[in-house]
Design a protein around this ligand. Structure first.
Ligand code: NAG
Length: 512
């Protein structure tokens, strides 16, 4: 053997040994996690219901940066505020992407649903285009409409056939839906039963079902993507869902574009569609996605808040004292009262903390190795902030299970410090609209009503199960009755008068 080839061999050997050492070192520095079984890892250990609660318990043992092996996928679950900031915010550029969602994104959304789009030029473009619909400035412009819709909600509750035993879910969903569709299309939902509203809800349910982790084997075995159609019936189902949804979104977008009338996100987007290089399908999806992102989520938070207020009557009294001091008791609270009502604002922040709708967080994809403390999070890992756990972080929140609106700094803006909208580049763009909708609904509900447990026919309390929540990517309270007791006749009169004004305010909008 010549000296040259010997030298080459030695270099190659040294290189190989070094690679092996690095690999071993890297795996030694992986975050800890519960032991799994060969091949499948922890896949079959994940609780089928509300896994975020299980992950929270596990984090007490394995720490705030915990590794799960889900099939071939390394998944890092973050359970403290510091870890979420230190990884998803500090390494925002390297965690801005999403894991591939072949069925829910590629097939069922035609790759156009912003929530699922991987980081890149398309995502950046659509996110920028969305800004004009949901920025703080846009959110502030929605105040008159939010005030009108909340007056209508109060009236719906006041005139309920049995206010001492009333499931307000339908009225509340109409309220949040109407705010979103008015912002999107300048068209409202008057009954919650309109055909287009029903269709929107159907599309949303389909996507939630197709996107749920574990709903389809192809999420774990990617070569299933290449099966012929007769072996992969889910492909036709997902493509059909996309066709239906695109048809609905496009029809509503094109109708808004063709109409004159109050400004809305669809018309604003249509004006700069060409300049932004968005085709009709993309623009339609962008506007349509406001519905899935903002209607049921906001309704769910408000329903959670009602449960928590019932469980904490002293919080109701303190909030009502603040509301009465500001309004004098003879006018409804306004969105512009936000700075004067830190305690009510704290109620909103506190429900988002203790009952985060996206309870388990949403998955980010690490696109580079990330060093955090002694750990390495390898590129290709899924990184997920477990909101349920982060919001119970003892370093940040003492007695985390207690509902305490006064734990929030009264001088901070309402959006500040709420982790439930996500972290880094994927933070929820609709948060400014959402917190304002929640504020006005909360201030006004407590202006007019005392909230109590509902009574059954024999006069016994109907308890509320705090664990009765739906089990999806978004987790919201299952239907429950409550008692809505008008505080006094004067306040009821204010509500009735405001209802009349509200109906004339919203008459400038069409029906969806
Ligand atoms: C619009 O753009 C998307 C890519 O974001 C593409 O998949 C779709 O085919 C385009 N639609 C039309 C009608 O050109």
């Amino acid at each position: 053997m010549g000296t040259l080839s010997t030298a080459f061999l030695v270099v190659a050997l040294v290189f190989a040994v070094d690679q092996l050492r690095r690999k071993r070192e890297r795996s030694a520095r992986l975050p800890p996690g519960p032991p799994g079984v060969p091949l499948f890892g922890n896949t079959f250990q994940v609780a089928p219901v509300h896994p975020w609660k299980q992950f929270y318990e596990l984090s007490k043992q394995y720490g705030p940066v915990m590794r799960l092996q889900l099939g071939g996928q390394t998944t890092i679950i973050l359970s403290s505020y510091e870890a979420a900031q230190g990884i998803l915010t500090a390494h925002a550029a390297d965690t801005a992407s999403r894991p591939r969602q072949y069925v829910a994104s590629d097939l069922a959304s035609g790759g156009m649903r912003l929530l699922f789009i991987p980081h890149g030029p398309r995502w950046r473009l659509m996110r920028r285009a969305l800004h004009s619909g949901v920025s703080i400035r846009a959110a502030e412009s929605y105040a008159p409409m939010q005030e009108a819709e909340s007056a209508i909600l109060l009236h719906d509750i006041l005139t309920a056939p049995t206010p001492e035993r009333y499931d307000a879910g339908t009225a509340i969903r109409r309220f949040t839906t109407s705010i979103v569709t008015t912002a999107a299309y300048a068209r409202r939902s008057a009954t919650g039963q309109e055909e287009n509203v029903q269709r929107l809800y159907e599309c949303m349910a389909t996507i939630a079902r197709l996107g749920r982790p574990g709903s389809n084997i192809v999420q774990y075995v990617s070569w299933f993507e290449y099966l012929p159609g007769w072996l992969a019936p889910w492909r036709a189902e997902a493509e059909d869902a996309h066709k239906k949804e695109l048809g609905l979104f496009k029809a509503m977008f094109q109708r808004a574009r063709a109409e004159e009338g109050p400004m809305c996100f669809a018309r604003e987007l249509a004006e700069k569609q060409e300049e932004m290089e968005l085709n009709d399908s993309e623009a339609s999806y962008l506007v349509g996605s406001l519905f899935g992102a903002g209607s049921d989520t906001t309704a769910g938070s408000f329903l959670s808040l009602i449960q928590l207020l019932i469980a904490n009557p002293e919080v109701q009294r303190l909030a009502q004292a603040e509301i009465d001091a500001v309004t004098g008791g003879d006018r409804l609270p306004l969105v512009s009262d936000i700075p004067r009502m830190p305690y009510v604002r704290g109620c909103v922040k506190e429900v988002l903390r203790i009952r985060p709708v996206t309870s388990g967080g949403s998955p980010h994809l690490a696109t580079a190795d990330i060093a955090y403390g002694d750990y390495i999070i390898p590129a290709g890992s899924v990184v997920q902030g477990n909101h349920w756990a982060i919001n119970r972080d003892l370093d940040k929140f003492s007695d985390p299970e207690e509902f305490r609106p006064d734990r929030w700094d009264a001088k901070e803006p309402m959006e500040e410090g709420i982790g439930s909208f996500g972290y880094g580049r994927r933070v929820c763009p609709g948060q400014h609209v959402a917190v304002r909708t929640l504020f006005i609904a909360t201030a006004r509900l407590l202006f007019g009503f005392d909230l109590k447990l509902a009574k059954d026919e024999s006069g016994n309390d109907i308890p509320i199960d705090p664990n009765a929540y739906s089990n999806g990517f978004n987790s919201v309270p299952l239907p429950f009755p409550a008692a809505f007791i008008p505080r006094d006749a004067d306040r009821a009169t204010v509500i009735k008068a405001e209802y009349g004004r509200a109906i004339s305010e919203v008459s400038k909008y069409g029906i969806l």
